[in-house]
Design a protein around this ligand. Structure first.
Ligand code: GLU
Length: 474
């Protein structure tokens, strides 16, 4: 049997990180078993669904690298098929027409509540029975599924264990509305059957639908898939993760400067474990993934850990790869990487200091763009009268340098220290502020090497002008 899983989002907005985790688990399970992964868009709620939302979901999936083998299927394109199956159940008397009006159902429900009975649809209730008996063919009606009255539905949830629900807890579900449209629980079953889905991995919010769906599979004579329901993701306050906790859309994480590897690695560990391993390459995730190592309890989102993982992937991924993802942020920040050193060299130098690509883009700016001002705090502290002589000495040596290498720049700084009998900090910091504009950067010799000679000369002169002006004003 080929394992086949699916991700079946309703396109009401963006791809939520909770949905992305479910998609990742489904994708991993398929990959682990050399199976297939289907994308199905559950777009039957015409008022809440939109094409933009479909595009946003696919963009998120593509960004995460969760490619699908089949689909996207759209439920709105399959109404004929659902109706065919509703008609089949009708013909077999496994479904029936119900003519009870909404008002009548409300009345019966109120009665049941007043009598402290479970509020539910009851085909044998005298009032409902009377309404159905009195109806004529052609009167508006819904189609209800004839749920078994006895026994119970039992299934082995791969995460939660054995679940048993008595049929007396379930009423006769509407499978086709008065307007002729099939309902959610019915479409899902027909789809999962037609698409050959063997494993349904989805959020715990659907667990109450599962026994109802199992009865429908059985009525249709369809094989019942295996189910796994994932616990929810919580925010830091213990409530279900939502917008008010911060970013919940996958593409917002792109915008905030995360690499897809970091988000995938973070999401896979959010509710699944393999010993105490934290870092998983895509291959390792696929190799080690299993449903029974998914946690039953809800997991809390932890941004610090995600940042830590992102730093790890910025540091350890090929600079060419980081550069591809950085490009979007460079564009956002209006930085033109053609105006300076190879971006991969800059990433090698600066990358490990950054937790996000937004930070990385900010930190590469001075390699590509001149600035007209120094950072106020850093300049105040380091571009003072005492820095004049060391900077002048450095400038002369820099201008005279014929071979522009990190080693020579390193030696240049050492020579300035020796000649002026000063410590490293007395020249290192003023040079750093001069060349980068600020007080923080990797090793200044390596930075200068990439910034290039002309820019270094101009910037040291600018720093000397700054000091001169400052002294004049003192
Ligand atoms: N369309 C449903 C949702 O977005 C998922 C249904 C399912 O996975 O069975 O919540």
């Amino acid at each position: 049997m080929t394992v086949k899983t699916r991700f079946a989002p309703s396109p009401t907005g963006y791809l939520h990180v909770g949905g992305a985790r479910t998609a990742l688990y489904s994708w991993l399970y398929a990959k682990h078993n050399n199976g297939e992964f289907v994308l199905r868009i559950e777009d039957t709620d015409l008022e809440r669904n939109s094409q933009e939302a479909v595009d946003a979901i696919m963009e998120g999936m593509e960004w995460l690298g969760l490619e699908w083998n089949e689909g996207p299927y759209f439920q709105t394109k399959r109404f004929d098929r659902y109706n065919e199956m509703v008609d089949k159940l009708l013909a077999e008397d496994k479904a029936y027409k119900c003519y009870a009006s909404k008002e009548l159902l409300d009345e019966v429900r109120a009665e049941q509540e007043a009598n402290k009975e479970m509020a539910r649809y009851d085909a044998n209730h005298p009032k409902i029975k009377a309404a159905n008996d009195a109806a004529k063919d052609g009167d508006p009606c819904v189609i209800r599924f004839r749920n078994p009255k006895e026994g119970s539905v039992v299934f082995d949830d791969q995460i939660r264990g054995r679940i048993e629900i008595s049929n007396t807890q379930m009423d006769d579900l509407i499978i086709r509305r008065t307007d002729g449209s099939p309902t959610y629980n019915f479409c899902v079953v027909v789809d999962d059957w037609d698409m050959g889905i063997t494993h349904v991995i989805r959020g715990e919010d659907h667990i109450n639908n599962t026994p109802r769906q199992i009865n429908i599979y059985e009525a249709l004579g369809a094989p019942v898939p295996t189910f796994a329901h994932c616990a929810m993701i919580l925010g830091d306050d213990g409530a279900k993760l939502s917008k008010r906790h911060g970013a919940v859309s996958v593409m917002q994480y792109r915008d905030m400067g995360y690499l897809p590897e970091a988000l995938n690695n973070y999401l896979v560990r959010l509710g699944w474990s393999h010993g105490d391993q934290e870092i998983f390459s895509r291959e390792e995730m696929i190799e080690f993934f299993s449903l029974n190592a998914i946690s039953k309890s809800a997991s809390a989102f932890n941004t610090d850990k995600l940042l830590w993982l992102n730093n790890h992937y910025i540091k350890t991924s090929a600079p060419e790869y980081v550069a591809e993802h950085l490009q979007w942020h460079l564009d956002q920040q209006g930085i033109n990487k053609d105006n300076g050193p190879a971006i991969t060299d800059v990433i090698k130098l600066v990358g490990e200091r950054c937790n996000t690509l937004v930070e990385l883009a900010e930190q590469v700016r001075y390699f590509y763009e001149d600035f007209s001002e120094f950072e106020a705090g850093a300049a105040k502290k380091h571009l003072r009268g005492v820095a004049k002589e060391p900077l002048e000495a450095a400038l002369a040596k820099v201008e005279a340098m014929t071979e522009w290498t990190t080693e020579n720049l390193h030696q240049m700084i050492a020579d300035v220290c020796a000649e002026l009998e000063i410590g490293m900090g007395k020249i290192g910091m003023p040079l750093r502020v001069a060349v980068t504009g600020g007080g923080q950067s990797p090793s200044v010799d390596a930075v200068m090497q990439l910034v290039g000679k002309d820019r270094c000369v101009a910037r040291i002169k600018m720093a000397l002008d700054f000091i001169a002006e400052r002294e004049a004003n003192a």
